[in-house]
Design a protein around this ligand. Sequence first.
Ligand SMILES: O=C1O[C@H](COP(=O)(O)O)[C@@H](O)[C@H](O)[C@H]1O
Length: 266
Amino acid sequence: MAHSGVNNDRGELRIHENLDELKTDLADYIAEVSEAAVKERGVFAVALSGGSLISLMGKLCEAPYNKTVDWSKWHIFWADERLVPKNHSDSNYKLAKDGLFSKVPIVPSHVHSINDSVSAEEAADGYMFVIRQLVKTRLVSVSDVSDCPKFDLILLGMGPDGHVASLFPNHSALKETNEWISLITDSSTPPPERITFTLPVINSASNVAIVATGEIKAEAVHLAINNVEPDRPSLPAQLVQPAQGKLVWFLDKQAASKLDGFRISE
Ligand SMILES: O=C1O[C@H](COP(=O)(O)O)[C@@H](O)[C@H](O)[C@H]1O
């Protein structure tokens, strides 16, 4: 059974006994957000991350979701991508293709991936251009409070160091206030070259979900959700604060084990 609750302004917490429960809840949540966006706007603009997130989304490829979700309305983007060829095992595109959209009927032209056959700078500019065009046509909404794209949903994983997308602790990209996309050439986790959404884009989304599992992430989960040193937030995950959107955390009990006041029930 999930322990659910709202933690101050750090969003809704959904803490699960085991990964199977978390995967079902995550699939339900994504299906619901997708249905609401399609009803309201006719499309669903969703940004994925890489890492453990994709396998945790795996139930979307199974019944009933594979039949009930309106895949034809999905437009897929990446919150971050590692700058490697698309067939490389480090590619977030490859991960999502193998684990998700090769298994459900996503329209190929709705997959807005990052070009792997040009320079890093050109890839970043090209991705920015695509998003700008789609904001102009309102396939991607625009934020009321900034000129940023307003994705229907941004799905983030979180590393044990608290990084989200390819925004790493103490990196200058965390200070970006104008640009939508940052090119990183010195990521503290390999591979070093990455393209990432900036915090203004993440914080302009209608919905943001952070999915973190395992004891290895417990300390970062505690720092980010219990909002340790709120005046000097040091973790990228702590800086995920959607201005008007809704933040939901999907955790297993190991990742939640260091949260203030959390007790694991047997
Ligand atoms: O490098 C990355 O790591 C994060 C976290 O990955 P996880 O395997 O610990 O969940 C991921 O969200 C990001 O997209 C990826 O590029």
